[in-house]
Design a protein around this ligand. Structure first.
Ligand code: GLC
Length: 440
């Protein structure tokens, strides 16, 4: 049975290569747009969280994502098993080497707090099928309890993040490459049934046995890596799945990647964010390093790049979830940690213009400016200055006060048709200048 399985998986993987190559030629943005466009909004609309229960998530703005699992050992990214056609048997051997000596979720949570993050999301289980907790529903006991680690790694994470005062999120991939039935659900219904049973069982464990969980981050409600999450809804039944989730965690915030639209939209990849303010809550997610899972650090995003993305997200009603990939010992690599700390320094100074705000009143001008607002304050985030003044549409109503949060001086005038701002180059901020306008 096992041999047959690995043979099947290898044959199928080979036959799927062209499909995947095509899928992987898409940019990150295109891939996530495809997923987004295909999340099913007609499915279970009654499951959506009411606005007031989404408020904390919309206020939080910034989260840290952690991709961690057996794939940290070969250090080729979290798709290693699939991309390098490693058989489930060979891949399973990694579990016996998985003994993270320096796993310290308190240190992770401290780092996330220093980064100014308000939530943290960890991959409880990725597409390789290895679970980071003691999971009775795991097919073949493929979990951290039965690895060299010999313990549950999710519980201390949940507890540490909670203790640090952050909200807790878990990522879970319904798909599992170990099952040939994932690749051929119609031809191998019995095997596919086992996969589905594992998903329902494991998600129930996570939702029932770990106290309050604030975010469920689905990823990979596909079938055979084809089509979209919503195309696979006939199989996964995401309404049933998410109803079960809500029965244990009534106010958990759920993303759309189970095929159901979820409480917020996702946009994947580090590409520039453009366009108008988005109506639905959404989250931009990207990795600071090349892959999501651990690979040696070569080119890591700078804190300035992350801040630009954060600003471009919040002025469009979005959040940012920035990913790090800890190494096999559980250490978040130094450059990624430094980037996070840099974001934290920036947020310490500019947090008022970010946390708890909503986008507007101005529609963003791509690459130039955008705004956020809270009560009587409007924060104008300027990404690049025109040669002379920055000319904005009129605000309407009287202005009591204009303040440059990035330096000493800001000159402003308004004549009813526009609001004009001038800041001398020496008083501008990098990578953004933030101007606070208080309404009278
Ligand atoms: C993709 C990838 C996955 C990663 C995820 C993060 O869907 O399959 O490896 O975990 O995006 O958003």
């Amino acid at each position: 049975m096992r041999d047959r399985r690995s043979f099947l998986i290898a044959t199928l993987a080979a036959s799927l290569t062209p499909v995947l190559a095509r899928a992987q030629n898409l940019t990150d943005e295109e891939r996530s747009a495809r997923k987004l466009a295909n999340a099913d909004s007609t499915l279970a609309p009654d499951l959506l969280l009411p606005e007031n229960q989404m408020a904390w998530w919309r206020d939080a703005k910034f989260g840290v994502f952690v991709h961690w699992g057996l794939y940290a050992i070969p250090a080729k990214g979290e798709w290693h098993m699939f991309n390098d056609k490693v058989s489930p048997e060979d891949y399973a051997k990694l579990a016996q080497q998985f003994a993270p000596r320096h796993y310290d979720p308190n240190a992770w949570a401290r780092l996330a707090r220093d980064a100014g993050a308000r939530y943290m999301v960890m991959t409880a289980r990725h597409h390789d099928g290895f679970s980071l907790w003691d999971s009775p529903s795991s097919y073949g006991h493929f979990d951290s309890m039965h690895s060299a680690a010999g313990r549950d790694l999710v519980r201390p994470f949940v507890e540490a993040v909670r203790r640090a005062g952050l909200r807790v999120g878990l990522y879970y991939s319904p798909l599992d490459w170990r099952f040939p039935g994932y690749f051929q659900p119609k031809e191998l219904p019995e095997n596919a049934r086992l996969l589905k049973q594992q998903t329902y069982g494991q998600v129930e464990e996570l939702m029932r046995d770990y106290g309050r969980i604030d975010i469920l981050w689905w990823d990979g409600g596909w079938l055979a890596h084809k089509g979209t999450d919503a195309d696979a809804a006939w199989f996964w039944e995401p309404d049933k799945l998410n109803r079960m989730v809500r029965s244990h965690q009534p106010s958990i915030v759920i993303n759309p990647r189970s095929g159901w639209q979820g409480d917020f939209d996702t946009a994947e990849g580090g590409g520039v964010i453009t366009g108008p303010i988005r109506a639905r809550p959404w989250e931009k997610t990207f990795s600071l390093n090349a892959a999501w899972g651990y690979t040696p650090e070569v080119q890591v995003m700078s804190w300035e790049q992350v801040v630009r993305l954060l600003v471009d997200a919040v002025v469009r009603n979005g959040n940012v979830l920035a990913n790090v990939g800890p190494d096999k010992d559980g250490v978040i690599p130094p450059k990624q940690a430094a980037t996070l700390r840099g974001v934290g320094q920036w947020l310490k100074r500019y947090g008022a213009a970010v946390y708890g705000t909503r986008a507007g009143p101005y529609q963003p001008a791509d690459g130039v400016y955008g705004s956020t607002q809270r009560a009587d304050r409007i924060f104008i985030h300027v990404l690049s200055w025109p040669e002379n003044e920055l000319v904005l549409p009129p605000l309407g109503g009287k202005i009591a006060h204009v303040r440059n949060l990035s330096g000493d001086t800001v000159r402003w005038r308004t004549d009813g048709n526009s609001l004009n701002l001038t800041v001398p180059p020496s008083d501008r901020g990098l990578p953004v200048t933030v101007i606070e306008v208080t309404r009278a």
